[in-house]
Each structure stands twice: as structure tokens, then as C-alpha cells.
Design a protein around this ligand. Structure first.
Ligand SMILES: *Cc1c(COP(=O)(O)O)cnc(C)c1O
Length: 402
């Protein structure tokens, strides 16, 4: 099965005897009973050969793990109560006092906050590298570097890095690389097979996914995953996962299982509407720059084109605009307030379009060379009709003419 959508619908599932429904059952448990004391002593909670305790997995959570491996091309999966918890668990598992972690300067903000907060107090240092300069990444890897975070596209500013070259550099230097794959979602590109069809087997070591976004798709679940293709690395991550007591609720797992089969269709719809709106914004004089990797001229467009097959369904539903510097913050805020269909709020991947103005200067160690000066606004495009969203943007822009 070459198509992910087909694979996720026709995924292996064994229903209870005599009840051959294709939709999976939902199992909830803390206690799991053993047939006898000997079995209790013998069962190993570290592998999936037996169920031992609800926190360590149920048929429902195992099924979601398997389907996420199918989606992303991984072999092992851990579920966590949020995307951020998934990010934090990777750091917690792999970093020790004296180690260093590298993050792209456009990394997901709370990942940076973790590095600047807990990791720092635990004696783990961090440095930010320029996501658009592979030489800068190479130069910043030191003997203390244990982990490199990657993001494609980057958060908020959506620069698309030369992901293949970044992974090659980490490989050559023997440093683990973890991709925050929430944007690509397993659909825009294959994180564990970045050079399909070539002899070079190139992939990230770890893919972290905020299932809160497209896999949930409803704006009503918080969950994250950590996917690997290396059994020893997975076991290291899993031991931390178990010792920390991270777990997810069966109702939430069910919600994600229910949404997964429609994920590729939704992603494609988000993508198509986002391209339309981003191109429309490019024609508006209020904006100094429109940031979206599918737009020629947007930072990293060539890298996106090289990695992601052209055509719809290969980019997420996010784009940002930088307003002309003549607009002051109050005007930009008024523009956001004037939008009627774009809710003011964080996150993305759900049915409703959202907008957030960002203070980019406070988020980056230096103003990125490829970006114009001005106030940045990020749009997350939902599943509303694109024409309605475009009309909404047009009416809200009228406040800037006042
Ligand atoms: C939303 C998001 C996360 C975190 O997900 P939560 O479930 O909200 O904690 C991580 N990385 C990226 C890129 C995100 O957009």
C-alpha cells in the first residue's frame, strides 16, 4: 500500500472474537490481572509481549503507537500527554549534566524555554544555531553536544532548512538528531527516509510529533509521540518514560485513532487553502513579506521543493506575514482583532482558523537575515472555505487604511 490514507484505514487490527467491527475497541485500565503469581513475576513490562499495568500500555494505546509508526515510517513509538511533554522527555532521557543541546534559532518557543529553564539549572547547556546555515550548525557541534533539535519548517517564521544536510552533519559527527515533525506530520516528507530512491539511507534518529495538531485534528486533544527506528535508543527513551510515569488517557487515544484515517485529506485541504491565502497576501501592499515554504522567495523554498513532492498535501496549514514597517503594533493588533473567522489563539491543526501576532525580536537571538523588518502575524488556516477566509482578511485589512 503506497498511500498513507489507505494504509491507516486498512491497518492491522484484531477485533474481539465474534465482533468483527473494523473500528477498534477502547480499553481502559489501571490494573491488569495476571493468571497467577508466577506469571506476574515473569512478565516483562519493558516489551510488548504482555500487558502488565495500564500506565505501561493497553491494546488501545499500542494500536495508536503502531499506526503512528505506519504514518511516520518508524518502528517504535511512545505516547506522551502533550507535544511539549514529548520534547521534554527526549531531553530528560538523553541529556546529563555537562552535556550540550543545540536548537535552531526558530525552534518551537517552549522547547527553547525548557533549555533556558530546567535544562540550564540541571547543568545542561544549550546553543542556538542558524537553521538556514548548515556551516553554523557544523561549527557549533562540540565534544559536549549530545543532541541536535531540527525543525522543518521552523516555528512561526517557517524557514525550511536543508534538512538532509543537517542530518548528514549530525551523522558525521556522531550526534543524535531529533526532529520536531509536527509541521510535516509524516505527510509532507518521510522523516526516516529523507532520500527515497537513493542508495543513501538518511533519516533522523528521533521524530517528535505534537499529535495535538493534525493527528487529533479536532482542537480537543493534547498528546505527543516520540518515534524511533533504533531499538536501543527506543529502550533508553522508554525507560525514562516509565520512570517518570508518563501516560495518556484512553479517551484521548480513541479521539486520535478516530481522526487518523482522515488526516491526509484534512492536511491536503489545509494546505490548499493556505497556499491560496498566502499567494493572495503576496499581492497585498500592506505586507512586506509572506512566509510560506511553497512560495518562491520564501526562506528555504528550494529546500522544501527538494524534499517534499510538489503538489497539494506537502505543506502544513500555516503561513506568516510581516507587515510594512509603517504600521505600529496597535494597528497590527487592530487588524487581528478585526478578523471574524480567525480566532485569536495558540495551536493549529483544528477546524478553526487562528491568528497570533508575534514579537519576533524577542524570540530570536538576532533578526534573521532573510526576513524583512516589521511586525509578524502568523495564520493557522483551518477547514473553512478559503474564499470566506480571504474575504475576512480583506475586510480586516481595511482597519490599516484608517
Ligand atoms: C504545538 C507544538 C508543539 C507542542 O504541542 P502541545 O501538544 O501543544 O504541547 C511542539 N512543537 C511544535 C512545532 C508545535 O507546533
Amino acid at each position: 500500500m503506497s498511500d498513507i490514507t489507505t494504509a491507516l484505514i486498512h491497518h492491522a487490527y484484531v477485533p474481539p472474537a465474534g465482533f468483527a467491527a473494523p473500528q477498534p475497541g477502547v480499553f481502559k485500565a489501571s490494573t491488569v490481572l495476571f493468571p497467577n503469581v508466577a506469571a506476574m513475576r515473569n512478565f516483562d513490562w519493558k516489551d510488548k509481549s504482555a500487558y502488565t499495568y495500564g500506565l505501561h500500555g493497553t491494546p488501545t494505546s499500542y494500536l495508536l503507537e503502531e499506526r503512528l509508526c505506519t504514518l511516520e515510517g518508524g518502528l517504535q513509538c511512545l505516547l506522551l500527554p502533550s507535544g511539549l511533554a514529548a520534547i521534554a522527555s527526549v531531553a530528560l532521557s538523553l541529556l546529563r549534566s555537562g552535556d550540550e543541546v543545540l536548537l535552531p534559532d526558530n525552534a518551537y518557543g517552549p522547547n527553547k524555554a525548557l533549555a533556558e529553564g530546567e535544562l540550564k539549572t540541571w547543568g545542561i547547556s544549550h546553543r542556538y544555531y542558524d537553521p538556514m546555515d548548515v556551516q553554523d550548525l557544523a561549527a557549533k557541534i562540540s565534544p559536549q553536544t549530545r543532541l541536535v533539535w531540527l525543525e522543518a519548517a521552523g516555528s512561526v517564521t517557517l524557514e525550511f532548512p536543508d534538512l538532509c544536510e543537517q542530518v548528514r552533519i549530525c551523522r558525521a559527527r556522531g550526534v543524535l538528531c531529533a526532529l520536531d515533525n509536527t509541521w510535516g506530520a509524516g505527510l509532507a516528507f518521510a522523516p526516516f527516509d529523507l532520500t527515497p530512491g537513493s542508495d543513501e539511507a538518511l533519516g533522523v534518529d528521533i521524530s517528535v510529533h505534537a499529535l495535538t495538531k493534525y493527528p487529533s485534528g479536532g482542537g480537543d486533544v493534547l498528546m505527543g509521540s516520540v518515534i524511533t527506528r533504533d531499538a536501543a535508543l527506543h529502550m533508553k527513551l522508554k525507560l525514562t518514560h516509565m520512570r517518570m510515569g508518563f501516560g495518556v488517557g484512553a479517551n484521548d487515544v480513541e479521539a486520535v485513532l478516530r481522526s487518523l484515517p482522515s488526516m491526509a485529506l484534512r492536511y491536503r485541504a489545509h494546505d490548499e487553502a493556505t497556499r491560496q491565502l498566502a499567494r493572495w497576501c503576496q499581492g497585498r501592499s500592506e505586507f512586506a513579506q509572506v512566509l510560506h515554504p511553497v512560495l518562491p522567495g520564501s526562506p528555504g523554498h528550494d529546500h522544501w521543493r527538494a524534499l517534499c513532492p510538489n503538489g497539494p498535501g506537502t505543506a502544513a496549514g500555516l503561513f506568516s506575514v510581516i507587515l510594512q514597517p509603517r504600521y505600529v503594533q496597535a494597528q497590527v493588533d487592530a487588524f487581528c482583532d478585526a478578523l471574524k473567522l480567525f480566532g485569536i489563539g495558540y495551536s493549529w491543526g483544528g477546524p478553526m482558523s487562528l491568528v497570533v501576532p508575534y514579537d519576533l525580536a524577542s524570540m530570536r537571538s538576532q533578526w534573521p537575515a532573510q526576513l524583512q523588518r516589521g511586525t509578524l502575524v502568523r495564520f493557522s488556516v483551518g477547514l473553512e472555505a478559503a474564499a470566506d477566509l480571504q474575504a475576512d482578511l480583506a475586510q480586516a485589512l481595511l482597519v490599516l487604511a484608517r
